[in-house]
Design a binder for this molecule. Structure first.
Ligand code: MN
Length: 317
């Protein structure tokens, strides 16, 4: 999915000083963003957040639906990140400048690694109930200039516990590792709870974690968590406890704190304002990002860059 804000802010994230220090229970309120078009979808964006910009390498979290909607996101560019598309309801067709064309259904993963440059489109086949998340993972300097790639994983490892099924989407959790290729130590999982189910998951003390309820309602580390906010859980834990107050789906994100400082603007992740300016120029001129075949419509133009120079800030306000 694209960041379709008309006036996206430039955000500086990452860096050691921003990393979580020990366990936390911070409820981070998201902001509602309307993705374009007359039948546009409303999404709740909890990362980047005013109070916290990253969780491990996870740098962007959009949750949408469930609601009847048509997704139609024209070709747009990405750099320096991976997009993780995960659905609970509906279907989305992905096309990219590598020639990939892949429909995803609930429970399947589309992972697009932008590397130095890629462009893609996403659309739902007609109006349907859509419910899902669009996540971005920042790439470390060592791999952010690699060639772009695309992976589709129709089957992912599932940890079957009493009353709870944990699907490992990216990275590792509970001894299972996703086949999706990631570039920093990471955890990303969807937990499906039966009513009143409880689970205590083993987690890594060197990772920071956060949880987002996608449906239902749970208690996460003793905190009531309904759909809406992202619960930042910090680091230094060896286990995390959840209890479902009704049948629920919860996204758990985690990873080693991301040490590099990054600059995010529109659909680009870079390292400086000058680099972002260059990406924007390259997208406007066409060549670097290739073309997306099969999408009926024009590519998205980049918005204007903010005139204000970057003020380096930590991930924690
Ligand atoms: Mn996108």
């Amino acid at each position: 999915m694209s960041n379709l804000e008309r006036d996206p802010r430039e955000t500086l994230c990452g860096g050691r000083r921003e990393a979580g220090e020990g366990p936390a229970r911070d409820l981070l309120t998201g902001r509602d963003v309307v993705l374009g078009g007359p039948r546009g979808m409303k999404v709740t964006r909890t990362l980047p957040n005013r109070d916290r910009r990253m969780v491990g390498a996870w740098c962007f979290v959009d949750h949408y639906g469930p609601e009847p909607a048509t997704m139609r996101v024209p070709p747009h560019p990405h750099t320096g990140l991976q997009t993780v598309s995960w659905l609970l309801e509906g279907e989305v067709l992905h096309r990219d400048s590598l020639g990939s064309e892949q429909l995803i259904s609930p429970g399947q993963l589309n992972l697009m690694t932008a590397g130095r440059a890629i462009s893609h489109s996403e659309e739902s086949p007609g109006e349907t109930v859509l419910h899902g998340v669009q996540l971005w993972v920042a790439l470390p300097d060592a791999s952010r200039n690699d060639a772009p790639s695309f992976e589709h994983h129709p089957v992912l490892p599932v940890l079957d516990l009493p009353g709870v099924a944990v699907t490992v989407i990216a990275g590792e959790l509970g001894g299972l590792t996703s086949p999706a290729r990631v570039h920093t130590p990471l955890a990303g999982a969807e937990m499906a709870f039966d009513d009143q189910a409880r689970v205590t998951l083993p987690v890594r003390p060197d990772f920071e974690y956060a949880a987002l309820t996608l449906s239902g309602g749970v208690e996460a580390d003793g905190v009531d968590l309904d759909p809406g906010p992202l619960l930042y859980l910090g680091s230094g834990r060896s286990e995390l406890a959840f209890r479902a107050r009704r049948p629920s789906r919860v996204l758990l994100l985690g990873g080693e704190p991301f040490e590099e400082e990054i600059v995010m603007w529109w659909n680009f992740v870079g390292r400086s304002h000058e680099e972002i300016e260059r990406f924007r120029k390259e997208w406007s001129e066409g060549a670097e990002f290739g073309t997306v075949d099969g999408f009926d419509g024009a590519p998205l133009p980049a918005p204007a860059l903010p005139a204000t120079p970057l003020k380096p800030r930590g991930r924690h306000r």
